[in-house]
Design a protein around this ligand. Structure first.
Ligand code: FAI
Length: 509
């Protein structure tokens, strides 16, 4: 039976606003309306007759409204198959009326969570009867039209007008598909609430949770973001965040969180890689040192500080064209100055990232892994050369390793204990990464004598330590683990270089 003339409806909605025109249409078409407490009252106020659902079930609403529509007379009325003689016989036997239209608007679970309500209130806002009505009516879309949210009121109003109170199978199937979208989104929200403390380890998303972005990586691509942006940041200035902004912000935040709040750390990133990172005597000093590493790439970059931005730093930063600046806070005068450019995105970082898992889509699926939360510490260094590293070199190696971990593979970082001098990023060979770093360091007038070198993965050949030695680099950090480790170790021993192994590889793809 493709076309169904609606003769009866069950209406149970949380938000009653905008329901009136639908009631008017149902009334005009002589539809029998069944309804629950608050909705019944609202419909009666519109001048329409209502059969209280209690009259159908012969039960009052019980347990504070936890059970009101959950009854065979209601669910039988929705679910019995109109083209099945057995079902029709049973419906008659048990005096179950047909229900052709179900309109539900669920308890506002997500809004209640967002309001910071106590757990008890949140639990009471887990809709049971409403979600069951939605699923039942959507399952029996062959006979029943399901309206599963207040967002659909205008669409159903139009449909009832256009088709004179009837519906087609195609209409009912379309509304059923939307109903399962709504019910699965609702359950994902409940699931995420119960797993909140797991640091999103079992994070479930539904398309409805996504925030539409201006576009994706490029203007011809659509983009959405699924995540708790407002919990992490307050945006004080600038245009709406783009897909690429978000990707870079993530990279910037992951990098800066490597540094302790007692250090004045500053980083400048382009396309997720740092082109400058430094620790300074204050924020301004840290910024100037980071900027010095690559004054060209910094243009249009994403900047991040682990310290409040004061006026002295803001005056320097104001000279640079940048996309985003992230900091734990901004002094009032500094903010005033930086707001001078209206598109400049200024973000206050309110908390550290807590997610323990990382997701990426590929091959029509999703790949999930633990986030790389290992930070190489000097105490864990295993010196593999005859020459020991000095304390200053240890600090430089820790610094270089932190940057290395957050740079695209293959990577080589050249650094002192408080400044990245240059990096080779995303190269197909480690030697190329080193050559790129050396060339870059020289182009920005850095002296490499006495600097240290970090590599994200082991050296299969001694070529990298040979080249580094030629530039005056004296200490090296790498995970180790190549069957040819000895070749690099021997070269270092013969050339008075120190090398430490960490045992932890930090590939980043
Ligand atoms: N318990 C039930 O059997 C039940 N049946 C429908 N509801 C919900 O009750 C609300 C409407 O209640 P009222 O009409 O009393 O304002 C709707 O959001 C509907 O989704 C129920 N409430 C929660 O599960």
């Amino acid at each position: 039976m493709s076309q169904v003339k609606i003769q009866s409806a069950l209406i149970s909605v949380f938000y009653k606003d905008n329901l009136a025109p639908i009631i008017e249409l149902l009334k005009a078409n002589g539809v029998t309306i069944y309804s629950t407490g608050g909705t019944q009252k609202f419909i009666e106020e519109q001048g329409a007759e209502v059969v209280p659902v209690e009259d159908l079930t012969s039960y009052p609403s019980i347990f504070g409204g936890r059970v009101k529509t959950l009854h065979p007379k209601v669910f039988g009325g929705i679910l019995h198959r109109r083209d099945n003689d057995g079902d029709l016989g049973q419906a008659k036997e048990f005096e179950i009326p047909s229900i052709d239209l179900v309109i539900v608007d669920l308890y506002p679970f997500e809004e209640t969570v967002a309001s910071g309500a106590p757990e008890q209130d949140i639990i009471e806002k887990i809709d049971i009867g409403g979600i069951s009505l939605i699923r039942a009516a959507a399952k029996n879309f062959k006979d029943v039209l399901i309206v599963s949210s207040r967002e659909q009121y205008s669409a159903v109003e139009l449909l009832l007008k256009e088709k004179n109170g009837s519906t087609d199978l195609a209409d009912r199937r379309k509304f059923a598909a939307e109903a399962f979208d709504i019910s699965s989104h609702y359950d994902s929200a409940i699931f995420n609430y119960f797993n909140e403390e797991e640091g999103l380890t079992k994070f479930k998303v539904s398309e409805r949770q996504g925030k539409q972005l201006r576009y994706g990586e490029n203007p011809h691509q659509e983009g959405h973001f699924y995540g708790p942006m407002d919990e992490l940041f307050d945006q004080l200035n600038g245009k709406e965040l783009s897909y690429n902004n978000l990707v870079d912000i993530d990279a910037a935040v992951c990098l800066i969180e490597e540094f302790d709040a007692s250090e004045n750390a500053f980083a400048i990133l382009k396309h997720t890689n740092a082109c400058g990172v430094a620790i300074g005597s204050d924020v301004k000093d840290a910024y100037l040192k980071a900027f010095a590493a690559d004054t060209v790439s910094a243009f249009g970059g994403v900047l991040v500080s682990n310290q409040a931005i004061n006026m002295a730093a803001a005056e320097e930063l104001n000279k640079l064209f940048f996309e985003v600046l992230i900091a734990p806070s901004f002094d009032a005068d500094a903010l005033e100055l930086l707001k001078g450019k209206k598109n400049r995105i200024l973000l206050v970082k309110k908390q550290n990232l807590s997610a323990k898992k990382q997701y990426k889509s590929l091959l029509n699926g999703v790949i999930v892994q633990d986030r790389d939360l290992v930070t190489d510490q000097a105490a864990d260094f295993k010196t593999v050369t005859k020459k020991e590293v000095t304390d200053a070199q240890k600090r430089a190696l820790v610094f270089a390793s932190k940057v290395c971990k957050h740079t695209k593979s293959n990577t080589i970082i050249l650094a002192t204990e408080n400044q990245m001098l240059a990096s080779g990023v995303g190269q197909t060979s480690r030697v190329d990464a080193l050559k790129q770093a050396i060339e870059k360091a020289k182009s920005f007038n850095f002296e490499l004598k006495g600097a240290v070198m970090a590599s994200d993965a082991f050296f299969p050949f001694p070529d990298c330590v040979e080249i580094a030695h030629g530039e005056g680099i004296e200490a090296v950090i790498q995970p180790g683990g190549s069957i040819k480790d000895e070749l690099s170790i021997n070269y270092c021993d013969e050339n008075d270089m120190a090398m430490v192994f960490t045992g932890t590889r930090h590939f980043k793809h």
